[in-house]
Ligand binder design. Sequence first.
Ligand code: PHE
Length: 453
Amino acid sequence: MQKQVEQWSSNLSFVLAAAGSAIGLGAIWKFPYMVGTNGGGMFLLLFIFFTLLIGLPLLMSEFVIGRGTQLDAVESYKQLAPNTYWHYVGRLGIITSIILLSFYSVVGGWITIYLYKALTGQLAGLSEKEYGALFGETISNPSTAIIGQLLFLAMTILVVSRGIQKGIERASKIMMPALFIIFIILIIRSVTLDGAWEGLVYFLKPNLSAITAESILYAMGQSFFALSVGVSVMVTYSSYLSKEENLPKSAGSIVLLNILVSFLAGIAIFPAVFSFGLNPGEGPVLLFNVLPTVFSQMPFGMIFFTVFLILFLFATLTSAFSLLEIVVASIAKNNLIKRKKVAWISGLAIFILGIPSALSFGVLNDLIFFGEKTFFDVADFLVSNTLLPLGSLLIAIFVSRILKREELFKEFSQGSKMKRSVFSIWYFLIRYFIPLAIIIVFLNVLGLFDLFL
Ligand code: PHE
């Protein structure tokens, strides 16, 4: 198998791009509403716990596979375990990415449409209630929702079809620091609103009674979703990485950035939710109902809001690139001409698959599965709480039980001066703790194991 021809131009671009994949809707849009639907502060704590003890070691595992083989998500498993079924882990990752992108692009579409509305002056000067109503109308309108989704996917396809270096790398470099700054501005406004304190307490104070078997599963799923692990996306990204780079350091900085952005999103949103008397458990619409009002209450609010939407769109796009990239890389291999075709065909297929999700907030609102879930919710649940944990479990087993410990140590520490003890902790976590933890969380939800005995 031919190795990847393209490589990241420097470690910084790799970290930026991998962080770009991680930071997106998961941290900014999903995390706050998951906190809101799962009882507040306790979710933050569970999320940090799972991110550090499970997400981080898994991210390292994917890096070790990807950089070690320099091959895509399917070929890398084939090379490491020839003549076995392990490459199905990579294939499972591709299927998961396709389903994930199908509903991810729906929310990407909402941002795209809102950006259009902001740029054309349709968002200025409304009241809190009017912002909520406008958003509801926007996403329930079938043609708006579908056009938004299509536009978002078209942008994703355009960048991915042009190849790694030119496309993904450039966008990530500008977007990250700018997003950070706008969040700080937003937070300053949010925490100085009347009644902000109550929101801070809700977000930061762990409330033990809010823990349920489901909220534990959701917190775990959220940590995988937000870090992009369990789908071999990070295997693919790190396959473009040179042998000199320091893997544990890169993984560590991506994880910290990701926790930081989730945290900032929470601090920006909850004080405002409580100050405006909104319901924190509103679900997927939370961010879009709250933030326009916060922005409208600051000087030059609409300009800031527009800038925020641009950066939010970038953050979401850089994650979408990685999802489409894994599909395209594994089909087109290194063939740059085929790459274009594959990007368009798979992108359009994902669009069609995502249409029912796009309509879930309007005409398909009443199509309910499992007593409470729309098509959109089912797609999200299937990915976040079933396929990502399953993929992660398999990756942990693969790395710790199929690959040789000494080989792992070599790849783990190549490019860094990592101590043996750090490696040993990582190895313990992926070999024993992570598989057990994932299985227990699952059994707990199925009622087959009671964590609260
Ligand atoms: N981590 C991305 C986000 O939080 C979503 C994602 C998941 C991207 C899995 C790639 C793979 O927005």
